[in-house]
Design a binder for this molecule. Structure first.
Ligand code: FES
Length: 95
């Protein structure tokens, strides 16, 4: 049994959630359990841009191209719908 990953939302009232690793984050976040808003969930609309601190693998090429367009020069900004969980994450709103 692998260890759970803690996904937390500092600066909000949402309690952290614990998820199994090696899954897509967006499959487990809803409007009830997280402040993250999603649109397409396929990496093309940009609605889910967030700041992410933690153990996370680098973006794939498609995600990187979106990030270069939407948030150039912000190294910790990611598309939440494209995050594959591999460790504990802190997710903050990107303004
Ligand atoms: S929800 Fe559209 S890019 Fe993530």
């Amino acid at each position: 049994m692998s260890e759970l990953c803690k996904i937390s939302f500092p600066g909000t009232n949402y309690p952290p959630i614990n998820l199994q690793p090696y899954q897509n984050l967006s499959e487990h976040l809803t409007i009830q359990n997280s402040p993250v808003l999603f649109g397409c969930r396929t990496g093309i609309c940009g609605t889910c841009l967030v700041e992410v601190i933690g153990e996370i693998s680098p973006p794939q090429l498609d995600e990187q191209e979106m990030l270069d367009t939407l948030a150039p020069n912000y190294p910790n900004i990611r598309l939440a719908c494209q995050i594959y969980i591999t460790g504990n994450l802190e997710i903050r709103e990107f303004k």
